[in-house]
Ligand binder design. Sequence first.
Ligand SMILES: NC(=O)c1ccc[n+]([C@@H]2O[C@H](COP(=O)([O-])OP(=O)(O)OC[C@H]3O[C@@H](n4cnc5c(N)ncnc54)[C@H](O)[C@@H]3O)[C@@H](O)[C@H]2O)c1
Length: 345
Amino acid sequence: MDQVTVGVVGYGYWGPNLVRNFSEIDCVEVTHICDREPERLSKHRGRYRMTHFTPDYNDLLNDASLNAIVIATPVHTHHELAKQALLAGKHVLVEKPMCATSAQCEELIAIAEEMKLVLMVDHTFVYHGPVRLVKHLIDTDEVGELLYFNSVRVNLGAFQTDVNVVWDLGAHDLSIMDYLIGRTPTDVHAIGKSHTGNGVEDIAYLTLGYEDDLIAHFHVSWLSPVKTRQISIGGSKKMIVFDDSSQVEKVRVYDKGIETMQEPQTERERYKSLIQYRYGDMRAPVYDLSEALKVETLHFIDCIRKGHQPITDGKSGLRVVRLLELAEQSIKTGKPQLLSPLGIK
Ligand SMILES: NC(=O)c1ccc[n+]([C@@H]2O[C@H](COP(=O)([O-])OP(=O)(O)OC[C@H]3O[C@@H](n4cnc5c(N)ncnc54)[C@H](O)[C@@H]3O)[C@@H](O)[C@H]2O)c1
């Protein structure tokens, strides 16, 4: 397939970013933009003169020449819109979180497999240059054995009413963790509070356990005076701080850590600490500065043209939704939730 035709449904806040990036790809034509709110469709009409603006999703489903549908609507609509698109024979890129339940994700994965179509989830940060650099540092064993993953994503707003802060902000960090660590946790423990009276949590803390001593922690909030986007990763060889709020040197690699001594052999050793600290250099490696959404949209088109499995395929979307569900259950019940073997790796 030389030329790929794309239709985008949902033209609110995020949809226009997807349309812009797809429109900038040489072999792609954005033929349809769909939103059920007519005033949303009046945006950018002049910029995309060859594009058909429509409030009717059937216009996309029924157009046999349309190859792919990109879904940028609220999460409770993802499953139905994606299912219709796949059954109409369209490749699908769906926004994060993939669906409202893991059962819905599983159904979409099965349909895509059956229909031999690309099903990809917009876990945007996985395509972000600094995150790809951190993945390289982990995969090439520069970091060593992973000890902890600590993430803070907090700011003031934007309060949502249909999903809580875990589903809104936490989905990003869980997808980054899923990509970087590449292992399924064993348990999820979460607490969260709503401060608006509507029961939708605006602050939450999640802790994930693993089979070994790795521990992951996430702090997400819409109620912070300062915007923070920071992930720290500790390894037995190096430690990494990824600060996405920083304009430069977003990734810093610290040659710091500890060495634990063997059992003391002599009386003199008994008086010395069993922990030795390592204070080495810090370096800030360069990373790809490309817009994450540009890298991602190119990857989606590449997967369609070459029949490849996307990095953020339906299964990665499912793993994230499963963790979001368990975090929500933990918040509601006050109890840690165990992950039964997911069977989805
Ligand atoms: N990847 C990211 O970094 C990122 C960032 C922001 C939002 N998102 C995701 O994008 C999605 C949309 O978020 P948003 O902030 O743009 O929301 P939004 O409310 O600004 O826009 C959603 C649009 O979808 C339209 N819509 C809803 N149901 C529809 C339907 N059945 N048919 C046609 N149009 C319909 C609405 O009219 C609205 O214009 C969400 O899933 C969100 O999680 C992802």
